[in-house]
Ligand binder design. Structure first.
Ligand code: SR1
Ligand code: MG
Length: 395
């Protein structure tokens, strides 16, 4: 079948011809209910329910969903399917199961997370079960263990580079939206609210900041430590109580591990700026995240390492692991700061600021995010410990 943008009737007909998928739904095609729930910036998503089960179907569009005049290659769906297959064995139960990928339709068919809610919405509505961040810390550690040079023979990394280096369209989005646009005049940046205009101008003329952003851009493009999710914000995570799942791996690329860590923490920190009364709970989440991430990575690397492990006894191995964690910590701080800045002034902003009761409060929250973000970016290279990051956030 050649590609076309599916509507609900197209999807019903297509699923009906796939016994492997229609069996999961049960009954007759006419019994299935299909609901479009597209929510992200890029793709369409349908949830299909039948008498025996449900499926989530995600199709790439030839343009950005929320900006139809911005063309976007369909292959992002292929990279998402590759990402899911590459990390699935390491993160069983932390990601929806991928049932099928159609290379003609650029369509993924996955486990439907019917009871789950997007973490960003759950945070905004105060409906989270504490401890979810430990799961995300473990998730990243496990993906590093499964895909990083530090833990795998070099052939694994070489294969992943070959599989993901073509994901240039989405990497271009990251380079533009996170690593460039907030620091220059650019049509994609929305007009800032009046009170924020001077802050935005300051971002565009701050040479110290620009040099630090350039360093992080270099890290992002050249430190190919492991396979990244590449867009691990609170909208890429769903949860149902303690059941936490990572979704939306279409930005996957080999890159610095601190990128995934930083984006996640950056989104918690943005939530903190919008809802400062939640400081204690968010501090606990951030600590739980880093504890789970660093402990899982340490224990995973203790006994199994990549090629550089061949020459290291226990003491040298410990040194290597701690050195790696220090590099990741600094990258984490920098990318966390970049995420805070771009989600405050760039193309893709966040709903968390809607928690502010007044315009004045919202302005203060945004200014706070820009100030913390800038400090994290500029000072990232000199940070020594995770509490250093928390203290730059005022925690
Ligand atoms: C044009 S895409 C804008 C943003 O949405 C995605 O989720 C990524 O965060 C990207 O930067
Ligand atoms: Mg997404």
């Amino acid at each position: 079948m050649t590609y076309r943008i599916f509507d609900a009737p197209d999807l019903r007909d297509w699923l009906a011809q796939r016994p492997d998928l229609s069996e999961r739904l049960g009954g007759e095609a006419a019994d299935w209910t299909i609901r479009e729930v597209s929510d992200g910036n890029l793709n369409t998503v349908f949830l299909v329910h039948g008498p025996a089960g449900a499926l989530c179907c995600k199709q790439a569009l030839p343009h950005v969903r929320v900006a139809p005049d911005w063309p976007m290659p369909l292959e992002r769906a292929l990279y998402e399917s590759r990402y899911m297959r590459a990390v699935a064995p390491a993160v069983t139960g932390l990601m929806p199961e991928l049932f099928a990928y159609s290379p003609d339709l650029f369509l993924l068919v996955m486990e439907c997370l019917t009871e789950h809610e997007v973490l960003r919405s759950a945070l905004i509505a105060d409906r989270v079960t504490p401890g979810f961040s430990a799961v995300i810390g473990s998730y990243i550690a496990r993906t590093v263990q499964a895909t990083g040079w530090v833990s795998q023979p070099f052939e694994t990394g070489a294969h992943l580079l070959e599989q993901f280096s073509g994901n240039t369209a989405l990497t271009r989005i990251t380079v533009d939206l996170i690593l460039t646009d907030p620091y220059r005049v650019c049509d994609r940046n929305p007009e800032p609210e009046a009170g924020l205009r001077e802050d935005v101008k300051a971002l565009q003329t701050d040479q110290v900041l620009h040099r630090a952003v350039g360093r992080l851009q270099e890290r992002f493009l050249s430190a190919r430590q492991a396979l990244l999710h590449g867009d691990l914000h609170t909208g890429s995570i769903m949860l149902d109580g303690a059941d936490v799942r990572v979704i939306d791996g279409e930005f996957a690329t080999m890159g610095p591990v601190g990128f995934d860590c930083g984006l996640y923490l950056g989104n918690l920190a943005l939530h903190l700026c919008a809802a400062p009364h939640k400081a204690a709970a968010l501090r606990a989440e951030m600590l739980a995240f880093w504890k789970a991430f660093s402990e899982d990575l340490r224990s995973g690397l203790q006994n199994a390492g990549g090629d550089q492990w061949a020459l290291s006894g226990p003491a040298a191995r410990k040194e290597l692991i701690e050195g790696l964690l220090s590099d990741i910590l600094r990258d984490t701080a920098g990318f966390c700061g970049l995420e805070m800045i771009r989600r405050t002034v760039g193309f893709a902003q966040v709903a968390d600021y809607g928690l502010c009761a007044t315009e004045a409060e919202r302005l203060l929250a945004r200014q706070k995010a820009l100030q913390i973000g800038r400090t994290l970016v500029v000072e990232s290279a000199s940070l020594r410990s995770f509490p250093d990051i928390l203290s730059l956030m005022g925690l």
